[in-house]
Design a protein around this ligand. Structure first.
Ligand SMILES: NC(=O)C1=CN([C@@H]2O[C@H](COP(=O)(O)OP(=O)(O)OC[C@H]3O[C@@H](n4cnc5c(N)ncnc54)[C@H](O)[C@@H]3O)[C@@H](O)[C@H]2O)C=CC1
Ligand SMILES: N[C@@H](CC=O)C(=O)O
Ligand code: NA
Length: 442
């Protein structure tokens, strides 16, 4: 029998993901070890409360509330606590003690990534984070390694399982947002505070990480434009399907060069958007994630799979553990962060896309022409106009008749669209602007 050197693995956090990582290490550690040429020994799992119930059984003697002591003497530290502190301090301690670190913590990396990557580089350690974006889906390594010889142009990603689950349940089962969120939380998809999911913070963190990797530029989280799904109604979802779209919360990372408009940089943004039913992203159901990457030479690529869930995410974490362990065996420095391009991060006003705008308007002669003029005055060109007459409460009460207009635009600048919507809201023929959704993936 081959005698391996044992690598000591410490897991920080024993929740949805941590308990599954510990379980897999206990059950399959020997097999993984033989792939690496070193034993993998789980030396402990740091938790807040050693007596709390967990998704998997972890032997009592491996549980500890003392994360700092656990880190000392470990070769690989796996941070699965989530949040900023104490995760940040513990990761720095681990790196400075000579350990490699694996984390799934996008919130921490999107805010303190530069500090952590620098610390890792200084001591020649590795900081791996495949699970931080797209859960089980391999996307960090493909962007960092497989596409390192290409030029990424655009990423359209469904990167939050909870919101995709919610929008999908609204679309296919007619459930309310509240009902669907309760199920997503029960299934372990949602963050400890689900506001992070439904307000788009989680997706924005992932967009920052993806855009940084794709464009070799540090993308600060506060420069990622973010809108969540709380304003999306069942009516929006139904109307979208009727018009041949599905509503998806998208993370979009894009290289934008428009010499005529003096725009040159990258955009990272998150918002709910209309996706055509025949686009591959429209077929992403439940808590699944998909990341659609367009690269200059490779063309379109799609990475698809389980974006959330304890055991699925544990797969990505363990892949990183194996990579870190392999380097421990052969030696050599870790992979450094690649930020050499240092591109400008563009504001949302510089973005161009298509829009669908829903208006309640007066149903009288000349209204369509006045509205069309208003769009053209702001440089926004119309592609489609659909009108339906509504017998509104006001009309039944004897007020002027109203109509619903659904307007699709050609590509327009976000700044021009915003000015158009502002003008629409003050126009005397418009009763209200009831919806503005961007259309992506055409
Ligand atoms: N659940 C999922 O589907 C996914 C989670 N992630 C990320 O993985 C990480 C872990 O997520 P979950 O396992 O879902 O979270 P969780 O809330 O289920 O588990 C966190 C664990 O860390 C422990 N913990 C927190 N603070 C601690 C402290 N100060 N001292 C000791 N223990 C502490 C908690 O007691 C709990 O056992 C997070 O960064 C999350 O964003 C990433 C991808 C998917
Ligand atoms: N809460 C997140 C978990 C994975 O990152 C999600 O719903 O995608
Ligand atoms: Na991943």
């Amino acid at each position: 029998m081959i005698e391996y050197r044992n690598l000591r693995i410490a897991v920080l956090g024993g929740g949805s993901v941590g308990s599954q990582v510990a379980d897999q290490l206990l059950r399959h550690g020997d097999e993984l070890g033989s792939r690496i040429g070193a034993g993998l020994e789980l030396v402990g799992v740091a938790v807040r409360d050693v007596d709390a119930p967990r998704d998997t059984e972890i032997p009592r003697e491996l549980l500890t509330a003392d994360a700092e002591s656990l880190i000392l003497g470990s070769d690989i530290v796996v941070e699965l606590m989530g949040g900023i502190e104490p995760a940040r301090t513990l990761i720095l301690q681990a790196l400075n003690s000579g350990a490699d670190v694996v984390t799934a913590n996008k919130a921490l990396l999107a805010t303190h990534g530069p500090e952590l990557f620098e610390a890792a580089e200084q001591v020649g350690a590795q900081l791996y984070y495949e699970a931080a974006v797209g859960g089980a889906i391999p996307i960090i390594r493909p962007l960092r390694d497989s596409l390192a010889g290409d030029r990424v142009e655009r990423i359209l990603g469904i990167v939050n399982g909870t919101t995709n689950f919610i929008l999908d349940r609204m679309d296919r089962h007619g459930e309310s947002m509240e009902e669907a969120l309760a199920t997503a939380t029960e299934l372990g998809y949602a963050e400890a505070d689900p506001t992070a999911d439904i307000e788009g913070f989680d997706a924005a963190q992932k967009a920052a990480l993806l855009a940084s990797l794709a464009f070799h530029t540090r993308i600060p989280l506060d420069e990622v434009h973010r809108e969540g799904i709380t304003q999306v109604t069942l009516d929006d979802v139904r109307a979208a399907r009727k018009a041949g779209y599905v509503v998806k919360l998208l993370a979009i990372c894009e290289r934008i060069v428009d010499a005529a408009a003096s725009v040159d940089g990258v955009s990272a943004r998150v918002y709910p958007a209309l996706v055509p039913l025949d686009h591959p992203l429209a077929a992403v159901h439940g808590a699944n994630n998909a990341i659609f990457v367009e690269a200059e030479a490779a063309g379109p690529l799609m990475f698809y799979g389980a974006g959330a869930g304890g055991i699925q995410t544990a797969s990505a974490v363990l892949g990183d553990v194996v990579s870190a362990a392999r380097r421990h065996v052969v030696g050599g420095p870790g992979v450094a962060e690649s930020t050499n391009a240092d591109l400008t991060v563009l504001p949302i006003s510089a973005v161009t896309t298509r829009y669908q705008i829903t208006l309640q308007v007066a149903d009288e002669p000349g209204v369509l022409a006045r509205i069309a003029t208003l769009f053209s005055e702001h440089g926004v060109s119309l592609e489609t106009i659909e009108q339906s007459i509504v017998a509104s409460d006001a009309e039944q009460a004897g007020s002027a008749p109203a109509a619903t207009l659904v307007i699709g635009t050609h590509e327009a600048r976000e700044a021009d669209l915003a000015a158009t919507v502002a003008a629409l809201t003050t126009s005397t023929v418009v009763h209200s602007v009831t919806g503005v959704l961007r259309v992506e993936g055409l």
